[in-house]
Design a protein around this ligand. Sequence first.
Ligand code: URA
Length: 270
Amino acid sequence: MSLWDARQTAMLKAMGLRVWAPSPPAPLDAEIDVATMQAPEPAPQPAPRRAAPVSVAEVLPQVAPQPAPREDADGRSATIAAMDWPALRESVAACRACGLCESRKNTVFGVGNEQAHWMIVGEAPGENEDLQGEPFVGQAGKLLDNMLLALGLSRGEGPPEQQVYIANTLKCRPPRNRNPEPDELARCEPYLDRQIALVKPRVILAMGRFAVQSLLRSSEPIGRLRGRVHQYQGVPLVVTYHPAYLLRNLPDKARAWEDLCLAREAMASR
Ligand code: URA
């Protein structure tokens, strides 16, 4: 059975989008508008998983090597790597490891199901996130939620296979939303590493270049890294554009949708 009905297939093909064939975990009743990533209604309950896993060999032409561990001269990373969720939350809330603690209103730890099968990694909190203490609550967050909804995923309640955990590379807002500095990324990285280790996601979606820099140690452009499945600590990782970028570059939404399909495919093959 195809994931898409005849109308959707025609629409996706007309847009030049790859049509993913296997049965979905969350069938999409409603047409997805790839321009807005809007799915009119939340996706219904998932169909049973396929008995046989889907091979992603054809979409895995290259796999990035494992990133080298960073130096841990003061043992801080090792301490964080041993924390449970409550200790990790407390540590982030009290963190003064870099200058961003001076200007932040709130730390932004992460949100979602701690057993989620999907993990989304963004860049850094913006103004709204700094005020509310939650990632992706502004315009970029709305787009992200719509993209997730199109795949039958959410950051709310539900079974782990339909849930995401969302975290950023930085837990504090850089002033005036400037780019993260390398030392800020390095100081914050152990928190993200530990979040991923605790969630144990089945797939990671790295959104934007700073997520990619942290998780893959790569400074290659997103356009060169997307379209194949990488690995982070043995977890399949798919690179895609950051939602804030997509808001300004509408044509790349179609590519982002392909990346989501690839992530789902990588997940299904595990
Ligand atoms: N952009 C991000 O990368 N993360 C957020 O939480 C908000 C905007």
